[in-house]
Ligand binder design. Structure first.
Ligand SMILES: [Zn+2]
Length: 359
């Protein structure tokens, strides 16, 4: 941070006469922490400032929780010291893909894929050339530099996947791919697509080598997307969006004897840290704007997304002068917190606004 900013207060980072972050200012002053800062959603209605220790459920510091955090931080540091400059947890084993795909990624990184050059280096007498283009076949060539691979990546529905650079290390190629977000509509709900494409490039190579069957780049890509979708659909229980909350019994919290009711909901995308918020009013005797939906950036969790949707709904109800409102939400944690008027540390600023709205 530049020296002249040393006396700035939090409010100096807000837009003028507003409680919204001045995004350009935050990004300019704290380029490395802008995402974290913008994910903090301050109270809009003047909830008092409060010191909160995020690692405990009541927001109070305890030595036990402090010790747990210190241990975690130490583990994180150790994790990044893996040999070969690869963070195995984040880059391989923690990826949301099937075990066989993760194993394949791991093998590419440790040089355990039996490509032509690899087999020749082990003393086998065979043609080490690529089955597609007749260049020497290394794993880097096969996944990134081969004309077939380039065709596949060019067609892949990934954000800003312009020209694929030439890679000499698999690790760098995978890091480059990891940055590319999946473009809709692929039907993928979570997790990256690129590991499935890498895996299918290898399968297509084997098919051509051993069965003399060749898939076109489009056919191969479609197969990769279908494989990913099929696996994801079988993983219902780990979908990290608020959709999983729908199976919970719908919780209804009545603030007052109601003359209007509002249902609010949110969906959260982990990859983009963005949320879709929506609410819909149901009222027989009022002419209300029936529904509202919006996208909100820099949202840190599904819980924050739900909370922002509720605040938006209640704030609109206040603007419309509605006095008696029934609020329908499908997030149990928030329903309980609102019913008991107890704060949730992770969303303190926003939930304080909710309490102010219904007070
Ligand atoms: Zn090739």
């Amino acid at each position: 941070m530049p020296l002249e900013g040393k006396d700035l207060l939090v409010k100096d980072l807000f837009e003028k006469n507003s409680l919204e972050w001045d995004q350009d200012k935050v990004k300019a002053l704290f380029p490395n922490f802008a995402k974290e800062i913008l994910s903090i959603k301050p109270s809009r209605f003047g909830a008092p400032d409060k010191q909160i220790w995020l690692a405990s459920s009541d927001g109070q510091y305890t030595t036990k929780s402090g010790y747990a955090i210190a241990r975690e931080t130490k583990c994180d540091l150790e994790k990044t010291k893996e040999p070969g400059d690869c963070n195995w947890i984040d880059e391989v084993w923690g990826i949301k893909a099937s075990p066989k795909v993760k194993l394949f990624l791991w093998k590419t990184l440790v040089g355990a894929i039996p490509t032509g050059l690899q087999l020749v280096s082990k003393g086998m007498e065979l043609d080490p050339r690529c089955v597609h283009c007749k260049e020497p076949e290394s794993i880097c060539h096969l996944i990134f530099n081969c004309s077939f691979a380039k065709q596949v990546w060019k067609l892949a529905p990934l954000v800003s996947l312009e020209e694929v650079p030439v890679f000499t290390e698999v690790h760098k190629g995978l890091s480059w791919l990891r940055e590319k977000k999946v473009l809709p509509p692929t039907g993928l709900v979570f997790g990256p697509l690129y590991p499935w494409i890498c895996w299918n490039i290898w399968l297509a190579r084997n098919q051509r080598t051993f069965s003399n069957k060749s898939l076109s780049a489009v056919e191969m890509l479609l197969k990769a997307i279908l494989d990913a979708r099929e696996w994801q659909e079988a993983q219902d229980s780990i979908v990290p969006s608020s959709k999983s909350g729908r199976s919970l019994a719908q919780e209804t919290y009545s603030c007052f004897p109601c003359s209007a009711s509002v249902s609010s909901d949110a969906a959260w995308n982990q990859a983009s840290n963005a949320a879709g918020l929506s609410w819909i009013f149901d009222s027989q005797n009022m002419s209300l704007p029936q529904r509202h939906s919006a996208v909100c950036e820099f949202v840190s969790s599904p819980l924050m997304a739900e909370c922002l949707a509720i605040r938006s709904a209640l704030s609109s109800a206040l603007d419309l002068g509605i006095q008696f409102l029934s609020l329908k939400i499908d997030c149990q944690v928030l329903a309980k917190a609102i019913s008991s008027k107890s704060t949730v540390v992770e969303v303190h600023g926003v939930i304080s606004d909710i309490f102010l709205c219904i007070a």
